[in-house]
Ligand binder design. Structure first.
Ligand code: SF4
Ligand code: SF4
Length: 287
């Protein structure tokens, strides 16, 4: 193992479990519910669950695309599970969540890219949980208006689509996406009058001026909320870690984004795009 693979001090969490987390944890166990928070071993679980926020993955556990930072398996997925939206909405209700993030795999095997599945999950969560915010984080649906439009029509509180990296290394990191299409999807969501959000992962080989440009491109595309995170390599088969971004550099990028006019920014070594998403949304709405 090369020294760069060793995590620096600031990557370790110190958060402790609180009463809400403890309640949710035992309930999720007895009810056999599935969350990304637990299944991905997310270090922020004590904080997010204490706020009654959690993340769900839809569309199965096999993706038709292969991004070089992502731990989800690539291959031919199973048939779409049309009962999944109902079950996710049930889980949100059972957990009594205040805010739910729903992400999922790319389903390029489906004629609609699974746009129906994303839209239906938003509708079902809203129907069964009228006070719970839904943040949807789907793939790009090829930026096709008739597909993204289905998801917009379900009116999520936040429409998120992650840009993740800068143009120079984009093809290598996200071969089945394009930088411009990802920006376009965000612009389309902005034009549909939705609150929009994106994420950038640092530590994959990008340079400072490129980060600044990507933040600017996102702002110009109409992105309201931004998270900036540290790349963690899932395995040796994934993109190598280029560097560990220091906490003060995250503060710098956060300042840059705020000055540019983003309504909500969260940046840090342990931040995930769904980290304290409900709080961040509430902050952005006050602006
Ligand atoms: Fe992972 Fe999403 Fe890329 Fe699929 S499209 S490999 S789920 S990041
Ligand atoms: Fe769950 Fe996201 Fe929070 Fe991690 S950051 S605990 S995945 S909601």
């Amino acid at each position: 193992e090369t020294p760069i693979e060793r995590k620096p001090e600031w990557i370790r969490t110190t958060a402790k479990m609180g009463p809400e987390y403890t309640k949710l944890h035992s309930m999720v166990k007895t009810e056999g519910l599935h969350t990304v928070c637990q299944e991905a071993g997310c270090p922020n679980i004590f904080e997010c669950w204490e706020d009654r926020e959690a993340t769900f993955l839809i569309g199965g556990d096999v993706c038709t695309r292969r991004c070089d930072f992502c731990d989800i398996a690539t291959g031919r997925p199973e048939a779409l599970d049309r009962d999944e939206p109902r079950r996710v909405a049930e889980s949100v209700a059972q957990m009594g969540l205040r805010y739910s993030t729903v992400t999922g795999v790319a389903r390029d095997d489906q004629p609609d890219g699974a746009a129906w599945l994303y839209a239906e999950t938003i509708r079902q969560i809203h129907e069964k949980n009228p006070n719970t915010g839904v943040e949807i984080l789907p793939p790009d649906f090829g930026a096709k208006p008739e597909l993204v439009g289905q998801v917009f029509d379900a009116r999520p509180e936040v429409f998120a689509h992650n840009l993740e990296t800068v143009p120079r290394i984009f093809k290598q990191i996200r071969p089945a996406f394009t930088y411009d299409k990802s920006l376009k999807v965000l612009s389309m969501a902005r034009d549909a009058e939705l609150v929009t959000k994106s994420n950038l992962i640092l530590g994959m080989g990008e340079e400072d001026h490129e980060v600044e440009q990507a933040i600017r491109d996102l702002h110009d595309a109409g992105c309201d909320i931004l998270t900036i995170t540290q790349y963690l390599r899932p395995s040796k088969l994934h993109h190598p870690i280029d560097r560990w971004v220091k906490p003060e550099e995250f503060v710098h990028w956060s300042d840059v984004a705020q000055e540019m006019g983003f309504k909500g920014v969260m940046a840090g070594p342990l931040v995930r795009s769904s980290y304290r998403a409900g709080r961040l949304w509430a902050t952005a709405m006050r602006q």
